[in-house]
Design a protein around this ligand. Structure first.
Ligand code: SAM
Length: 278
């Protein structure tokens, strides 16, 4: 095991260069006040490559064709995969209790749902559990996609094994019905796990998100908080362009879109905030 006792020094001007190319490529944006966290997270990547200065690392990312693979490491290093089952559950209930029934009544046979920054998978699996509870998989053809930029997060989502940390908001009866104890972990039952298709997708890459964003329902929760305003504006515009009509977009409770877009109208549906495509 390696220990990284010290961060590599990061001069202010190099910080600005690096954080801007990272923002363009990955979306995640570091304010000036977060420079130290930024350098602590990236230093191990430089050490791993035998690069001794952040300026050399910047040149490597910008000009070396070999750097393509490094972006995966950067996304893994900078992303924060904090999530848990049934987080902000009112939105998932609104989906299962109001939105899906409405789409069904309108005659929709096939519904596509995208959890677009799903981290280790708790969000799309919560959606699948609630839809299962309500019997929607028997009545409708439902596709659920769980994607994230982090390859490490998606590898874990594919395993479907979770620790107690993921269950801070999960009713006991759901744990008993949908999980199998596996040592000190819990494995989601395969009937639910197989309802979700897992993939890597970078929200700031318009081409990469196209096939997922062509959905009726998009969850884009607790990821916009890491993006800068211009990145959010571009992303929401792309989502509005690709989404189906009617289209329902869920963001986290700290992520208001009101000042960024007129493509969506904020509504309260089933007691939850939802952005509805105009
Ligand atoms: C805090 S988690 C949110 C998980 C879940 N949506 C929730 O609300 O519990 C943020 C996730 O956003 C992902 N992320 C960050 N930048 C991204 C990008 N450009 N494209 C896709 N996912 C991204 C991170 O890898 C991380 O898994």
């Amino acid at each position: 095991m390696r220990f990284y006792l010290e961060s590599i020094p990061l001069p202010d001007n190099v910080f600005l260069l690096l954080r801007d190319i990272i923002k363009e490529r990955v979306g995640i944006y570091y304010e000036n006040s977060k420079k130290e966290i930024f350098s602590n997270k990236l230093s191990p990547l430089l050490v791993e490559k035998g690069i001794t200065s952040f300026l050399d690392y910047y040149y490597f990312l910008k000009y070396d064709p070999e750097s393509e693979k490094e972006w995966e490491n950067i996304a893994n290093a900078l992303s924060i995969q904090e999530t848990y089952f049934f987080r902000e559950v009112e939105q998932i209930k609104a989906l299962a209790n109001v939105i899906i029934p409405d789409l069904y009544k309108e005659g929709k046979q096939h519904i596509k749902i995208w959890s677009s920054a799903c981290a280790t998978g708790e969000e799309p699996l919560s959606i699948a559990m609630l839809l299962d509870e309500k019997g929607w998989f028997e009545r409708l053809d439902i596709e659920i996609y769980g994607t994230d930029i982090s390859t490490k997060a998606i590898e874990r989502a594919k395993l479907g094994r979770y620790t107690e940390r993921s269950f801070r908001n999960t009713p006991r009866e759901y744990i008993e019905k949908y999980f199998i104890r596996d040592g000190n972990m819990y494995k989601i039952i395969s009937e639910i796990h197989k309802r979700v298709d897992w993939a890597i997708a970078n929200l700031v890459n318009k081409e990469e998100i196209k096939r997922f964003a062509q959905s009726s329902i998009i969850f884009c929760r607790n990821v916009l908080i890491y993006f800068s305003e211009d990145t959010i504006v571009k992303l929401i515009k792309n989502l509005a362009e690709y989404m189906e009509n009617p289209g329902y977009l869920f963001t986290g409770s700290a992520e208001s879109l009101l000042k960024y877009t007129t493509d969506f109208e904020l509504q309260i549906i089933g007691g939850a905030f939802v952005y509805v495509k105009r």
